[in-house]
Every structure is written in C-alpha cells, then in structure tokens.
Design a protein around this ligand. Sequence first.
Ligand SMILES: Cc1cc2nc3c(=O)[nH]c(=O)nc-3n(C[C@H](O)[C@H](O)[C@H](O)COP(=O)(O)OP(=O)(O)OC[C@H]3O[C@@H](n4cnc5c(N)ncnc54)[C@H](O)[C@@H]3O)c2cc1C
Length: 300
Amino acid sequence: MTDILIVGAGPAGLTAALYARRAGKSVLVLEKETFGGQITHSPKVENYPGIAQMSGTEFADLLLEQVLAQGAEVEMETVTGVCRTADGFDVQTEGETYTARSVILATGSRHRQLGLPHEDELVGEGVSYCAVCDGAFYRGKDVAVIGGGNTALQEAVLLSETCAHVTLVQNLPVFTGEEKLLEILRGRDNVTFITNTVVRELHGDAALASIVLDTDGETTDFPVDGIFVAIGQVPENEPFRDLVPLTEQGYFDIDESCVTAENGVFVAGDCRRKGVRQITTATADGAAAAIAACRYIDAL
Ligand SMILES: Cc1cc2nc3c(=O)[nH]c(=O)nc-3n(C[C@H](O)[C@H](O)[C@H](O)COP(=O)(O)OP(=O)(O)OC[C@H]3O[C@@H](n4cnc5c(N)ncnc54)[C@H](O)[C@@H]3O)c2cc1C
C-alpha cells in the first residue's frame, strides 16, 4: 500500500510528491495526460520567482526530474474514482485499483477555449487565457478580451493599465460581471466595449494578426496583437464529488489548508476554490497538502 497517492502531475501534484518523498513517505503520482499539467501549454513563463524566463515544458521537465530523483513513482493513468476502505483508500483507474493510506487530489482545471481552428497553434503567439501570466508581453499593444463576466472584466482592468488599447468582446447584450469593475473600465480612455458579438475566426500565420467578429450575422476583420480568452474554466472534479464537496463552478470547496472533511483526503492547486491560479499558488498548495498528509499518516 502506498502512503500517499497523488491524482494529477501538474505543479501542485508534483510539488506534493517532492515534499512527501523528502518526508520519507512512499508516493505514487497518477497522471492522465501530460506530466507537468497546464503549464506545458505556455511557451514563456516569466513570473516564477528565481527563474527569469523558461518555457512551461522546461519547468515541467525540471520538476518531474526532481520528483523522480527523490524516488516518487509516476504512472500514466486516469483516475475514475476513490473510495474509502477499512485501512485507507481504493483508487480506481481505467484498468487497475491502487491502494493508499491517503490521497491528494491535484486535478487542476482547464481554461475553456473558443474552439476555433488554429487556436492551439496560436497559444503564446497572440492567444492567451491569462492576463496575469501573459499581460506583460502585450505592453503598448492592442488586445481584445473575449468574455463579459468578472474574470473578463478583471483581465481588462489589468491589461488596460499597460496595453495601448483593450477591446472587450461579449456575446451577450450586456456584461455580466460586477458593476464596480465596469465603472473602472468605463472611466478608461483606452477601453472599448462590443456586445452581441462572437469571434468566428483567428487569422495569422506565425502569430495572431486579426480576428473575425460576427455581430448579428455581419462580419468584420478586426486587427489585434493579442486576445485574452476569459470565458470560464473547467475543473475536472466530477469523479470525486462524493468524497469532497464542490462549489457551484465545480471546484473543491476547500480553503488554503488543503485539508478536507474526509480524513486522509487532501486537495491542492487550481482544482480548489481560490482567487489566484498560478504556478506559485499551486506549488504552495502542493507543499501544504503533502505536509498535512504526512502528519495524518504519522498519526495513524
Ligand atoms: C497557456 C497557459 C499559460 C500559463 N502561464 C502561466 C504563467 O506564465 N505563470 C503562472 O504562474 N501560471 C501560468 N499558467 C497557470 C498554471 O499553469 C496553473 O496555475 C498551474 O499549472 C496549476 O497547477 P495544478 O497542478 O494545480 O493544475 P494543472 O496544471 O491543471 O495539473 C493538473 C493535472 O491533473 C491531471 N488530472 C486531472 N484529472 C485527472 C484524473 N482523473 N486522473 C489523472 N490525472 C488527472 C491533468 O491532466 C493535469 O495534468 C498558465 C496556464 C496556461 C493554460
């Protein structure tokens, strides 16, 4: 039986593995898709303390190497469920059942995409999902924020402080985010609002050059240096909803202690309710969850 089984090998899960191994616990990490998690989609990361610039893949490779060197086991498996047993947990995957004394859920989340052709190729080359992560690359440039809820408005506020111009593009007739944020944006000369409009196409070869906007069937080619897509995030916590309560948006409803009401189950990273979803906050959670899990095992 493994001491600590970790679901998800993003920054949170791998950091949890590092701390747990250094505390002498046996660790198995199960990952369904990409070792390193979402950050592997980012060509440039400039806000991780101590490292001036790196790609997300470089970061993921270094972290995975560090975790393997500490002796963690890492497998490619999709976890489909976790249930309590007399002496711990059964963790089910598509083909196996693993046993563990404790479980850390570090399942992350995904930014909802527009679903347009070339979107994936243009990520980091004009298409972004995070102003905190990538806003600095668009200083003095023209950008569009796609979306109209609180996240979109917050992204627009941040971007309007450094970009030449910010255009908010919302598919509904009104913006649904907080009035206070809208007031701030209305007070800025470099912000324009477009409603009832959807993005139909992304144009550009090596980098995004323009987007095609559709307003009630009338299309226009809109030149832009970058777009920030803020149409929501998709957590992947459904298989665990019987174990840990979820918020309305599907995040684990757990605070920064990372400790759940289910003894022996911990959560870490973007998968839980929180205000800032970054590598720094995910790794912080990974450390907190691992230390809490080690204490739990030591007390058994
Ligand atoms: C394009 C892009 C650019 C970004 N740029 C920056 C940046 O510059 N700076 C910054 O700090 N942050 C950036 N971020 C955000 C950062 O990547 C996330 O905050 C961070 O990766 C969260 O880590 P995590 O471990 O909580 O979740 P994730 O990275 O989402 O990892 C979770 C992992 O769990 C796996 N998983 C989910 N469910 C299961 C299951 N049932 N079984 C097995 N495995 C499962 C997933 O496949 C995934 O690999 C960026 C994100 C994106 C998408």
